[in-house]
Structure formats: structure tokens, C-alpha cells
Ligand binder design. Structure first.
Ligand code: NAD
Length: 294
């Protein structure tokens, strides 16, 4: 069955995601606070409403792609009272606790709810090759899966409400820590007279192998497509890494788990994103470690 979709939040990610739903044959009505975002999405076939409420009032599915948990909860306060018996799908990255509150708000108002954060960034949103990590009951997952598949390449059912967000922050905690580990290894190697290419040739085929090294290598040269070769133009912005590591540290604290390296990485990225790293790819964290080594 083809649902009509109300899509709220048409920014860097939401704009191309909504356009891919249109391409797949869904009738999508969207809204964004930004006029520029509305214009771009309208140019890609998304019907435009004059408010978020108007975008979702007749929709069978409500998709949100908003900056933070605060934005999502504020939007859900309004949208869950306007929509009628809809499937609510939040694709934003938010705290696990906020995802559960949002799902409760939706269910209490008579809707179904799914958290479905993504990995793959803007290129993945454009190419419909995102990975969706989904927290939902079995029936709600089955209903959401076809439309998520229209925006992505992989759709993984991670467990009940909040489990999608848990998977997202755990994955990005691995990534944030491993980028710092790879960067420290290049800085140490260099100070010992070891060339970047030599370390790459060994570690990329040995037990140090990881995505931070082989795809997003923080030094220019070994991986020509990595942001280090274009002065660290993002890519995956350091500010977003700081946000995700902050969510992971907050979740660890509420769960009473000591994620020592995760907390340290969160601090390093928060400092970096608040200063010279604002707007740069997260792999540029290596420049702060290099400075420290001098
Ligand atoms: P963005 O800032 O480009 O887009 C968010 C949009 O939401 C903006 O256009 C803003 O005007 C709009 N908005 C805010 N409040 C609104 C409201 N009440 N009603 C309507 N529109 C509203 O952000 P983005 O890069 O698209 O990221 C969205 C989410 O996806 C974030 O949670 C982010 O952490 C997550 N994410 C981003 C990336 C990435 O690479 N950009 C990757 C994975 C996950």
C-alpha cells in the first residue's frame, strides 16, 4: 500500500531523503522552518505545506529529520495531536531517552512509533544508500521497512524503541575513539621516523585495520579520497561527532556504565568543535594531537 507521507525537517539530510521517497512513488508533503530548505525540496518534487501541522494532518506516515532531541520532542507535542492514526518515524539522531519519550508521546496519542537514525551522511542521503538502525516493535518495523528501504541500502531492526539510537551512538563511539587512536599512531610513528605510507601499508592489512584508517585516513596521501587531502573539508563534521559522543557519554552515565575512552573522546571532540574544528571533518582532530606533540 502506498502511504502519503508528511516530512518535517528538509535540511542537509531530510531534503534528499524526502526527494528519494518522491522518486520511489510516495506522495510526500513537507515542511521546514527555513525558506531555502523548502525551496530546494520543492524543486525536487516534494509538495510544500505552510506549517508542520499542515504537512502531517492527512499523512499515513510522519517522518521527522530534525537537529536534536529537543526539536523532535517539541515537534511531536504538536504533530501527535494533529495527525490521525499515523506511523511516526524519527530519523534524527537523539538521546536514547528522548527516543523513548517521543515513542510514548506518539503511542499515547493513538499512533505507532519507530526510531530510525541513519549512518552514511549527506552522500548516503543523496544516493539512497543510508543504513537505518531501527528501534520498534515487529509490526511497526514491518510497516516502516519498505519506506526506509526507499531511502537507504540497509535497514537493521535493532530491538524495541530506543534501540536504533543505542546502535547509532555505540557505532559512533567506536568511530570517534578509533579516529583518535589512528591519529595518535600517525603522530607517534612520525616522531619515530616512520613514514605515513609505511605505517598505512602495515596497519591497513594488519590488526590495526579499521574504517578510520582505510576510508577516512587522517593524513593526506595513503587514501586519496579522504578529507585530509582536501584540507579536511567535511565529510562528517567534527560538530556532529561531538554531538554523538556527547549522547553516548550521557547514555553511559544514565546506565551507570564507565565508558572511559568514550568520555575522553567526547571531551576532545567538544573542545575541537567549539574552536578550530568547527566546520571541519572529524579526522582533523589529528591536527590538535600534532600540535600537542611539538
Ligand atoms: P540540518 O540542520 O541540515 O537540517 C535540520 C532542518 O530542520 C533544518 O533545515 C531546520 O530548519 C529544520 N527544523 C528545525 N526545527 C524545525 C521545526 N520545528 N519544523 C520544521 N523544520 C525544522 O541537519 P542535518 O544535517 O539534516 O541533520 C539532521 C539530523 O540527522 C541530526 O539529528 C543529525 O545529527 C543527523 N545526522 C546527520 C548526518 C550528516 O552527515 N549531516 C549524518 C547522520 C545523522
Amino acid at each position: 500500500m502506498t502511504h502519503s507521507i508528511g516530512f518535517v525537517g528538509l535540511g542537509n539530510m531530510g531534503g534528499p531523503m524526502a526527494a528519494n521517497l518522491v522518486k520511489a512513488g510516495y506522495a510526500v508533503t513537507g515542511y521546514d522552518l527555513s525558506e531555502a530548505a523548502r525551496g530546494r525540496a520543492a524543486g525536487r518534487g516534494v509538495a510544500m505545506a505552510d506549517s508542520a501541522g499542515a504537512a502531517v494532518e492527512a499523512a499515513g506516515v510522519v517522518v521527522t529529520m530534525l537537529p536534536t532531541g529537543r526539536h523532535v520532542l517539541e515537534a511531536y507535542d504538536e504533530l501527535t495531536s494533529v495527525a490521525r492514526g499515523a506511523l511516526f518515524v524519527d530519523c534524527s539522531t537523539v538521546a536514547v531517552g528522548d527516543a523513548r519519550i517521543a515513542a510514548d508521546l506518539a503511542r499515547t496519542a493513538g499512533h505507532r512509533a519507530v526510531d530510525a537514525p541513519v549512518s552514511g551522511g549527506v552522500p548516503g542521503a543523496e544516493a539512497a544508500s543510508l543504513t537505518f538502525m531501527v528501534g520498534a516493535g515487529d509490526a511497526d518495523f514491518a510497516e516502516a521497512e519498505p519506506l526506509l528501504a526507499a531511502m537507504g541500502r540497509r535497514v537493521v531492526h535493532c530491538g524495541a524503541s530506543g534501540a536504533g539510537q543505542a546502535a547509532k551512538i555505540c557505532n559512533n563511539m567506536i568511530l570517534g575513539i578509533s579516529m583518535i587512536a589512528v591519529s595518535e599512531a600517525f603522530v607517534l610513528g612520525e616522531s619515530l621516523g616512520l613514514g605515513h605510507q609505511a605505517l598505512f601499508d602495515v596497519a591497513s592489512t594488519a590488526s590495526g585495520q579499521c574504517w578510520a584508517l582505510t576510508t577516512n585516513c587522517p593524513v593526506p596521501g595513503p587514501v586519496p579520497t579522504s578529507p585530509a587531502n582536501r584540507e579536511y573539508a567535511a565529510g562528517f563534521a567534527a560538530a556532529l561527532m561531538a554531538k554523538d559522543l556527547g549522547l553516548a557519554a550521557g547514555a553511559a552515565e544514565s546506565a551507570g556504565v564507565s565508558t572511559e575512552l568514550g568520555r575522553r573522546a567526547a571531551q576532545l571532540y567538544a573542545d575541537f568543535a567549539a574552536g578550530e574544528g568547527a566546520g571541519l571533518d572529524f579526522s582533523a582532530i589529528i591536527t590538535t594531537l600534532t600540535e600537542g606533540a611539538k
